[in-house]
Design a protein around this ligand. Structure first.
Ligand code: ADP
Length: 283
């Protein structure tokens, strides 16, 4: 195998999921994503932090096998966006190796080349220059300009761009511009309903079904405290953390204090409200 092809094969394996990720579907999101991927429509996942967006993309990548013959799954490259993330972090850089300069492709370039799903988590956090890359990849052109090399890459037929965005964090400075937004179909996520969240907590933390049920109940109640300074409520992720602490031998009230009360707020009044809820639900 020529070296370039061999390297692509290594990348392909590296970014392919070996095992089926656990995902509990909530509504019709699996069918929606499949339809979007089938038509290669870029997807925007909207929803609060810790509600299952990343796990969902992992599951979908594992499920989707289009155009892959006997292979199963589609590779997935995830990038956690942050305020210092630039276009060249996504595309790639020339690096000095001894006396030589070698091209080091970034995650987006790799995904475009190998036909992966590229998941840009919290895309609004990234520097503004990244939109220059997103636009030509999300319309009929499906191209990635690589300015540093003076080339333009055509996306592999299996490539798809998926981004996530938390509307709860919207601000004047960090909002998805309409010109970017209108290039994606959107799937809305919220926290799972109580029965589903109970299953998820039990599965992910290993806590008993009875404790999982209490944590799911508490989750619902905490989310009703919205107007007391807890706009985002509590994430499924934190409820799972509480479950893990309980499974590890910490008493339920102590676990809730650590994973929810102290983690969510420093405001003594809100903390008291949370502890009162915990006392009512957990005892
Ligand atoms: P987000 O990407 O929305 O911030 P994650 O996907 O990381 O959130 O979700 C946090 C955790 O919650 C996951 O690691 C997983 O354990 C769990 N989770 C949330 N929703 C689901 C679901 N529907 N099925 C399975 N696990 C879930």
């Amino acid at each position: 195998m020529p070296p370039a092809k061999a390297a692509a094969e290594v990348d392909y394996k590296e970014y392919s999921l070996a095992e089926e990720p656990y995902y509990r579907p909530i509504t019709d999101e699996v069918a929606l994503f499949e339809a979007a991927y089938g038509a290669r429509l870029p997807v925007l996942l909207k929803g609060p932090t810790g509600c299952g967006k990343t796990r969902f993309v992992e599951y979908m990548a594992w499920r989707l096998t289009q155009g892959r013959g006997r292979r199963s799954g589609t590779p997935l490259i995830t990038v956690a966006c942050h305020e210092d993330l630039t276009a060249s972090d996504l595309v790639g850089k020339f690096l000095m190796k001894g006396d030589e300069t070698v091209w080091s492709p970034g995650p987006l370039t790799k995904a475009v080349e190998m036909g992966a799903i590229c998941y840009l988590d919290e895309v609004v956090e990234a520097r503004k220059d990244t939109t220059v890359l997103i636009h030509p990849l999300t319309d009929h052109r499906r191209i990635l300009p690589i300015d540093k090399k003076g080339t333009v890459l055509e996306a592999h037929p299996d490539f798809l761009l998926v981004v996530s965005f938390n509307p709860g964090y919207q601000s004047v400075f960090k909002n998805l511009k309409q010109s970017t937004r209108q290039r994606f179909v959107a799937i809305e996520f919220g926290f799972p309903p109580e029965d589903a969240e109970r299953e998820i907590i039990a599965h992910e933390s290993g806590v008993s079904p009875a404790d999982a049920a209490r944590l799911a109940r508490l989750g619902q109640k905490v989310r009703n405290l919205k107007h007391q300074g807890l706009e985002e409520g509590v994430s499924t992720r934190l409820l799972i953390y509480a479950g893990k602490l309980i499974a590890g031998g910490i008493g339920p009230r102590r676990a809730v204090r650590m994973a929810l009360t102290e983690a969510l707020t420093d405001d003594p009044d809100v903390q008291t409200a949370l502890e009162d809820l915990a006392a009512a639900v957990i005892g």
